[in-house]
Design a protein around this ligand. Structure first.
Ligand SMILES: [Zn+2]
Length: 345
């Protein structure tokens, strides 16, 4: 039974993207329907719109004006999955056509990944709608402790969506020209190489020493507490999401590729990302493949609980402990952040 239906509703002049999407829809519907069956989802209509006006489309749907930016740690937003308006079930995937510029092969690799990833998000969101969200989870967090649970769920969602995407569209062999040498590899391996190439630089730019320096700037009274806290909430989440995509993509590569070791040995990985994944990986590694969405509610609750502890541990590594006061206010103790040389980690 076709439980998931995908309808194209594009508003783009980018005909190649439209053609590539059209050729993927049938497979996406069939594979997503199989996952929906194991997840207890009876019907899920998804509309996919490739748009040339991504930012204003997102703002229109969310009732924002001028607040939305497509810039994220590690690149621009290529797509987003939103609730359909009016309907109970149903999702709208907006794909940002401007994120797919440049050489065709790379655009093709990224578009296939994006389509699979966003359809996976739609399935995950629908599971949460049907089965209920984890106890303690706030999808629109205002207070600091709620942002920790929100980060845990967001990171786990990104990793699972990447893993599910691998099953939603089969790997295809592609040939690319790499500085005069012709290389044949699967789209997944190419995506992994793409992620690997950017990872060390992203770690340098956004994770270490960036997160640590944010705390040090507060300790030296260069910024106030609110500025530090806001920067850390988004910085930690950005770093972990970057790590989630990297971790899923690089499962397609051998761990002794030189650059994989470089990423593993980076202080940002050793201080923050690796300890986080050591905790969360046992909960997430089983959630790929055909039955990944089975027993969703329990698995989601575990990811929320374990992930929240793992995010709290990153704050602690950054020298910050939370104390919940009687009136539910959160007191923050800010001490010296751990570092590799200091022996405090
Ligand atoms: Zn995502």
């Amino acid at each position: 039974m076709q439980r998931v239906t995908i309808t194209p509703v594009h508003t783009t002049a980018h005909a190649t993207l439209v053609d590539w999407t059209a050729s993927a829809i049938e497979t996406l519907q069939v594979e997503a329907s199989k996952l929906a069956a194991t997840a207890g989802i009876s019907t899920l209509p998804i509309a996919i719109r490739i748009t040339d006006r991504f930012t204003s489309d997102v703002e229109d749907r969310r009732g924002l004006s001028g607040d939305y930016t497509t810039e994220r740690v590690g690149g621009v937003v290529a797509a987003i999955a939103l609730k359909s308006q009016g309907a109970e079930a149903g999702r709208l995937v907006l794909v940002n056509s401007t994120a797919f510029e440049g050489q065709d092969t790379w655009s093709f690799v990224r578009l296939r990944y994006t389509l699979g990833h966003e359809v996976a998000h739609c399935l995950i969101d629908e599971c949460r709608r049907v089965h209920g969200a984890p106890t303690g989870y706030d999808p629109t967090p205002v207070n600091l402790l709620d942002t920790i649970g929100y980060t845990a769920v967001s990171v786990s969602d990104e990793f699972i969506a990447d893993e599910l995407a691998k099953g939603l569209l089969p790997a295809v062999n592609l040939t690319i020209d790499d500085e005069g040498v012709s290389i044949t590899a699967t789209d997944r391996a190419l995506l992994a190489v793409d992620r690997l190439n950017g990872m060390t630089e992203d770690l340098d730019l956004h994770v270490y020493p960036g997160l640590r320096n944010t705390v040090e700037r507060y300790r030296r009274s260069i910024v106030d507490l609110d500025t530090m806290t806001t920067a850390l909430v988004s910085g930690i989440q950005g770093a972990l999401i970057l790590g989630a995509h990297y971790r899923s993509a690089c499962r397609e590569l051998s761990p002794d590729v030189g650059d994989v070791r470089k990423v593993d040995e980076h202080p940002g990985t050793r201080l923050y990302l690796a300890p986080f994944w050591a905790r969360l990986a046992p909960c997430l590694d089983s959630r790929s493949g055909a039955r990944a969405l089975g027993d969703f509610k329990n698995a989601d609750q575990t990811a929320f609980n374990v992930g929240s502890d793992a995010v709290t541990e990153i704050w602690r590594t950054l020298g910050i402990r939370f104390e919940l006061l009687e009136d539910d206010a959160v007191h923050m103790h800010v001490e010296e952040p751990a570092d590799l040389q200091s022996g405090t980690c």
